[in-house]
Design a protein around this ligand. Sequence first.
Ligand code: 13P
Ligand code: SF4
Length: 363
Amino acid sequence: MSAAIQPYTLLDDDDCESRILRAREILGERLVILGHHYQRGEVFKHADFTGDSLKLSKQAANSEADYIVFCGVHFMAEVADILSRPEQVSILPDMSAGCSMADMANLENVERAWQELSEVLDAEEAITPVTYINSAADLKGFCGEHGGIVCTSTNARHVLEWSFKQKEKILFFPDQHLGRNTGYNMDIPLDEMVVWDYDMPRGGLTVEQIKQAKIILWKGFCSVHQMFQPEQIDNFKKKYPETKIISHPESSFEVCQKSDYVGSTEYIINTIAAAEAGTRWLVATELNLVNRLHDQFKHEGKNVHFMSPSVCMCSTMFRIDPQHMAWVLENLVEGHVVNQITVPTDVAEFARLALSRMLDVSP
Ligand code: 13P
Ligand code: SF4
């Protein structure tokens, strides 16, 4: 047994599969595997629980297992560490499974934004900071410390309603699209949602724009969901006019406006599962999930299509592979913890506060 990954990279998927199954049997209830819907099939099938970010964070909080192996991306394993008990261990099978959107905001540029906003108005009095769960733990900590909160794609509306009860404005990071799509559905006009460009002094905004804004949107986006375009919907509908369009709210405003349904990965699955046989769906979210929906529902006569003509996979989610899973699980069997995710206690304290505010307002 080696603590190094290298020998595992030479194993084929079938070999890894039998090693994973054997390790799971030995570890029993000491282990729980959580799998996000974007995971590839060879990994997803090993998950004890699958879900979107909200469901999995609740699962992590309620888990009794000693080891929580998170098949997802870095921020998800951080949330599992923050919400689980101190003696529980959160593991990310491949440390390089990050989220490019989460990386678009960091504590330094969010603190700078807060400072610059404070030169225009009393930020503490006027603004609730809201971070999408796709963000580093210290940004959740920032929100906790400044009266703010975390949201997911499932509860964004509830979270924004809560936030407006606290203060008159919201600073929303890192995903401008989730913020804009949610704000617009709450009847906030587009011109009262301004974009904060973190590379520009004062976000590239005038004093007047900041004073008039209801929501200040961070200039972040998901590189996967930005591939979906309204023209793809128009072109598809020329061929199949009866198609229902369903999109994740990380997609652009234009795509969401042309969609019949907008919601989280879990919502997308549930909506198509509840649809009638013979319906046709064009879906704007990550390819692994759409392929799984296609395979799952074709037997019920439902046609599920991917919106983009090019391949849009989340390359960081894809880093979790059977080789890394076999590696972390066999090490656990031997009593070695590899790839533990630990959030420093001082950060975790405020991040937990922001997450618990979110869980309190979640439907
Ligand atoms: P969900 O919470 O909808 O699963 O979204 C997570 C994510 O990263 C989507 O890109
Ligand atoms: Fe991040 Fe986009 Fe991947 Fe979701 S799909 S984990 S937002 S890069």
